[in-house]
Design a protein around this ligand. Sequence first.
Ligand code: 2AM
Ligand code: CA
Length: 264
Amino acid sequence: MAQASALLNIMMDAARKAARKLNRDFGEVENLQVSKKGPADFVSAADKAAERILVEVLEEKRPGYGFLLEESGAVKGTDPSHRFIIDPLDGTTNFLHAIPHFSISIALEREGEIVAGVVYDPMRDEMFRAERFKGAFLNDRRLEVSSRALMADAVIATGIPHMGRPGHARFLKELHRITPHVASVRRFGSAALDLCWLAAGRYDGYWERNIQLWDVAAGALIVREAGGLVGDDTGENTIDPAIIIAGNAQIQPQLLALINKANA
Ligand code: 2AM
Ligand code: CA
């Protein structure tokens, strides 16, 4: 078991503090399901409140760092080389429907590189963390991606484009190309957790298009530090929220090939 650094401890403390608020609000959402108005406004307030807590904790411990926030956008810091990239509630649709699968995602970027990442799943009390070159962990257990090499054995996670977003037809083409070759496909609704579950060897691959940097910045580092690959559809080893193709080192290239075939 490796001791987490001071930086990761700060990021994890922030996540746990914000999670306490999200947990209370999740309980309330479960009650609001039956109300006429529904929980939508309440959830958007919960989201913002969690973000405020995260910023408050991180600002106090790392004054001057900038932020890229899902709810409030970019906030410039006095230190131009550091920024936290934060999704206070990844899996909002799940949260809104009282489906207990969502997370808090915090990444730290230094000079344009993601150097630390924390993803916390408050419902399962699972804290995923990684620092560059120092490995990935789930709570205190070192993570490694699965060793499944055959697509026929692989469980692949994905995200389906939601209402109002482009790419529905393309998604179906890709799904149609992939499903006959793999054991199963899953769509659970939190990109940050999809990546962490891949890092933990639960999934063997993952792809999604048209998401945002805050959905994947921390999770992508966690996958890489667990020995997995994260890239785009050209085979470049990059974190491009327009197209994320990830997997263990055997599955990722095969998934990439199928996605490119689907679009050929
Ligand atoms: P969110 O819950 O923070 O919005 C699921 O496919 C992924 O897409 C989630 O990580 C989700 O993050 C993201 N996403 C982005 N915009 C979304 C939207 N309008 N509705 C649902 N999911 C969205
Ligand atoms: Ca998100």
